[in-house]
Design a protein around this ligand. Structure first.
Ligand SMILES: NC(=O)c1ccc[n+]([C@@H]2O[C@H](COP(=O)([O-])OP(=O)(O)OC[C@H]3O[C@@H](n4cnc5c(N)ncnc54)[C@H](O)[C@@H]3O)[C@@H](O)[C@H]2O)c1
Length: 258
C-alpha cells in the first residue's frame, strides 16, 4: 500500500476525478475527507468508501468555509498528509466578447483562488510537521490556447504557476506541491459537454496520439504516484496525463479514425 495511514483531504471529491482519486487513495490505505459544495453528495461518497472516511461541506473559494473545513479535518484526524485541490466547474463556451464579468470571476474564484486558499490554509500544519503533499488540478486548457475557454484556461494556467511558486517556497519544509494536467477525461463534467455539443468526442480522439479519451482512473493513478513516497524528489511540476495531446504538433491527425 502506497498511502498507508495517510490522511487526505480531497476538494470537490463527490464526483468525477476527485471521487476516483479518493477511491484510489483508499485502496492504497489512506483515510479520506471528501469536501464538496454539495454536502449530501460528499456524505454519500464518503459513506460508500467505508466507515472511517468523512465528509465536509463548503465552498473552496470562501475564506471562512476553507478555514472551517480545514479546522474540522485537523480536529478530527490531527493532521492532513495530502491535500488534493480538485474542486472545479466548467466554463460556458461563450465567445469572450459576450461573457459576463460574473462568469469570469466565479471561475477564477473557484479554481485559482480556491487552490490558493486551500493550500495556504493547510500548509502551516504541514510545514510544522515537515511533511505534506499538495496536488493541484491543472488542465490541457492551462497549457494550450483553447478559444472561448477564457477564464477556465487563465485560472488553470495560474494554478500551474501557483504549483511552481508554492513547490519552490515549501520545498525546504519537505512539502511537495505538484499538479496533474488531464487531457479530455470522461467524467460527468465532460459527458455533459459532449451531450450539449460543446465538445466533439470524435475530433478529440483524432487529435490525441493515443486515440482515446482518458478515464478518471488514469488521473487517479497519477495522483497516487505523486502523493506517494515514490515521488519524494518530485515537486513544483505539472504532469500532463493526456494520451500525448499536448505534445502533438504536426498538422495531420494524431490518430487515424474513419
Ligand atoms: N474531466 C476532465 O476532462 C478534466 C480535464 C482537465 C481538468 N479537469 C479538472 O478536474 C477537476 C475535477 O473535474 P471533474 O471532471 O471531475 O468535474 P465534476 O463536475 O465531475 O466534479 C467537480 C466537483 O467539484 C464540486 N465543486 C464545484 N465547485 C465547488 C466549490 N466552489 N467548492 C467545493 N466543491 C465544488 C462539484 O460539486 C463537483 O462534485 C476540475 O478542477 C476540472 O477543472 C477535468
Amino acid at each position: 500500500m502506497l498511502l498507508k495511514d495517510r490522511i487526505a483531504l480531497v476538494t470537490g471529491g463527490a464526483s468525477g476525478l476527485g471521487l476516483a482519486t479518493a477511491t484510489a487513495f483508499v485502496r492504497e490505505g489512506a483515510t479520506v475527507v471528501i469536501n464538496d459544495l454539495r454536502l449530501d453528495a460528499a456524505k454519500k461518497a464518503a459513506a460508500a468508501l467505508g466507515e472511517r472516511h468523512f465528509a465536509v461541506g463548503g465552498d473552496v473559494s470562501s475564506e471562512e468555509a476553507v478555514a472551517a473545513m480545514v479546522k474540522t479535518t485537523l480536529d478530527r484526524f490531527g493532521r492532513i498528509d495530502i491535500l488534493v485541490n480538485n474542486a472545479g466547474m466548467p466554463d460556458n463556451f461563450t465567445p469572450t466578447v459576450d461573457q459576463t464579468l460574473d462568469h469570469w470571476q466565479r471561475l477564477i474564484d473557484v479554481h485559482l483562488t480556491g487552490t490558493y486558499l486551500m493550500s495556504k490554509t493547510v500548509a502551516p500544519s504541514m510545514i510544522a510537521r515537515k511533511s505534506g503533499v499538495i496536488l493541484n488540478l491543472n488542465s490541457i486548457a492551462g497549457l494550450l490556447g483553447l478559444p472561448v475557454r477564457t477564464a477556465y484556461s487563465a485560472a488553470k494556467a495560474g494554478i500551474g504557476m501557483l504549483t511552481q511558486v508554492l513547490g519552490c517556497e515549501w520545498g525546504p519544509h519537505n512539502v511537495r506541491v505538484n499538479a496533474v494536467a488531464p487531457g479530455y477525461i470522461l467524467t460527468p463534467l465532460t459527458e455533459k459537454l459532449i451531450a450539449d455539443g460543446k465538445i466533439d468526442e470524435k475530433r478529440i480522439r483524432r487529435r490525441t496520439p493515443m486515440g482515446t479519451l482518458g478515464f478518471a482512473e488514469d488521473i487517479a493513478e497519477a495522483m497516487v504516484f505523486l502523493a506517494s513516497d515514490k515521488a519524494k524528489f518530485i515537486t513544483a511540476i505539472t504532469l500532463p496525463v493526456d494520451g500525448g495531446y499536448c505534445s502533438w504538433g504536426a498538422p495531420s491527425d494524431a490518430f487515424p479514425l474513419d
